[in-house]
Design a protein around this ligand. Structure first.
Ligand code: ZN
Length: 506
């Protein structure tokens, strides 16, 4: 008899349902809702959030977890049920450590800080946001104190996004990336040349929508299970494995909306290909934010910025944007979408500079948490490091320390997962290339079924069943390693900028 397990599954299914209802409300708010609905929607989401938190920390759930844990002792430890119980136990034990009052204070402060951040960023007024940053850091410290002492207090924050990752490992990764990327970026900024005039400014919207439609259809987006809608800040949300919502925006320059759609597609495919048996439970999502980001970056960069992909889409690009691209070819398209150019804003950064933006944030978060920086001096420290890492002089705080939403949301610990995603994507890609020798030709012909299948079998179907480090072992044969990413980047930039320039950067 497995009464505990059945009970646990039912409770978890209801929590999952409530979470997905909240996701629909959130999607609706960002895509469909008229602005005057905002106040009511905030109340609805707060109510739902409270109900979910109550259920996720209820003594009833705790009892079901304990009973189920005894019942699955006999099972294969890698079976779906044994893994489900393990993850449920982990989630429950983490959730009950945080007092409801603190949880409410974090949510309340975030809501307030977000409003202040929006205005402070608009006015480039850091002193206005500073007290809220201080509160956010204080709340993060109190949150860390709810847990047993870790080797590094930052580990506790990291664990919410990248379970069991270690700050020490992340520090080593960034040290290596900085050592390799800073001179590379400096050399390219000084003497690299790419003509990307066709991508300058706003391109006509209709042809961009058509290009995006063609690409997503080739990738495997079917109206049966997917939607794509315009929004202000692009995101992906999975309402169910058969209901994947992607969003995009057309108010961006060049092909940003196309690459952003390919990115969100990668997130969506991960959740779409989770094994149906895991749906309606806590395992029906990605293993971690790092692994999730590896999937979005794989489609955006490894596929979407490859030479073979330029061959695939150039005929459409030339047909849809005849004036802009006359006199160009697939080779020049490949070069322009891989251009390296140091800039102020992380979300607009290219593949070579992106991880330096993240390194800066990771270092500052560690210092803020440990009280090693004076918050009054944060903008100066930010600007000095931007100059050191990227060689750019930040003109104001809107383009500097105030640009990201994360520090108004009390999401310290989130940033490193972006870089982990880059590194995982590159490591995974080396393995995929080894196992699918026809991959490049498939991309050139617009055939992605084999790649999707490989990802489904190796990674997606497991959902959140395995810990991030277990997946690293299974799929990559070892921990996260920056070398595959650096090899990939050097190879690509050699193709774009030439052998001699790259050689002078090492
Ligand atoms: Zn992403």
């Amino acid at each position: 008899m497995q009464d505990g397990l059945s009970r646990l599954k039912l409770l978890l299914a209801e929590i999952k349902d409530l979470g997905r209802v909240a996701a629909v409300l959130d999607w609706d708010q960002q895509v469909m809702m008229p602005p005057a609905g905002a106040e009511s929607r905030a109340e609805q989401l707060t109510t739902l959030g409270r109900v979910i938190h109550e259920r996720a920390t209820s003594p009833e759930l705790g009892r079901a977890v304990e009973e189920a844990a005894l019942e699955v002792e006999e099972l294969d430890p890698d079976s779906d049920d044994a893994r489900l119980v393990r993850i449920a136990k982990r989630d429950f034990e983490k959730a009950v450590r945080v007092p409801t009052d603190l949880q409410a204070e974090i949510i309340g402060t975030s809501a307030e800080a977000y409003g202040v951040w929006v205005e402070a960023r608009r006015e480039s007024d850091y002193p206005r946001f500073r007290p809220y940053l201080e509160k956010t850091i204080d709340l993060s410290r109190r949150y860390v104190d709810c847990f047993p002492p870790a080797e590094d207090p930052y580990d506790v924050l990291l664990d919410d996004y990248e379970p069991e990752a270690s700050s020490a490992d992340v520090r080593r990764i960034f040290a290596r990336l900085k050592e390799a990327l800073i001179p590379l970026v400096r050399t390219i900024a000084a003497s690299g040349e790419v003509d990307d005039a066709p991508l300058a400014g706003r391109l006509p919207v209709e042809p961009r929508i058509e290009l995006q439609r063609r690409v997503l259809e080739l990738f495997g987006v079917e109206p049966q299970a997917w939607r794509l809608d315009p929004t202000v800040h692009p995101f992906e949300t999975a309402i169910a494995i058969g209901d994947i919502r992607l969003t995009t925006r057309y108010e961006a320059d060049g092909f940003e909306s196309l690459f952003s759609s390919m990115h969100e597609f990668g997130h969506g495919l991960y959740e779409h290909q989770v094994a149906p048996a895991l749906d309606r439970g806590p395992l029906a999502r990605g293993a971690s934010l790092g692994w999730h980001e590896s999937q979005s970056l794989l489609w955006e960069n490894l596929v979407g910025r490859s030479r073979a992909f330029a061959d695939l889409v150039f005929p459409s690009v030339a047909e849809l944007f005849p004036e802009r691209f006359s006199g160009h070819d697939a080779e020049s398209l490949f070069r322009m979408v891989n251009k390296v150019e140091p800039s102020f804003i992380r979300v607009e950064a290219d593949q070579a500079t992106y991880n330096l933006h993240v390194a800066l944030r990771f270092e500052l978060e560690q210092d803020m948490l440990a009280g090693r920086v004076e918050l009054d001096e944060l903008p100066q420290i930010w600007n000095a490091r931007m100059e050191e890492y990227l060689g750019v002089v930040v003109p104001n705080d809107r383009l500097g320390v105030l640009q990201d939403v994360h520090w108004s949301h009390a999401s310290l610990g989130y940033f490193p997962t972006y870089t982990l995603g880059f590194l995982l994507a590159a490591q995974l890609w080396e393995r995929i290339e080894g196992e699918l020798p026809g991959l490049e030709e498939d991309i050139r012909r617009g055939e992605f079924a084999e790649l999707r299948q490989w990802l489904r079998e190796s990674l997606h179907r497991h959902g959140r069943k395995f810990m991030p480090a277990e997946l690293q072992q299974q799929l990559l044969g070892g921990p996260v390693d920056p070398e595959a990413f650096l090899r990939h980047l050097r190879g690509k930039l050699t193709a774009v900028y030439g052998e001699s320039l790259l050689a002078s950067a090492s």
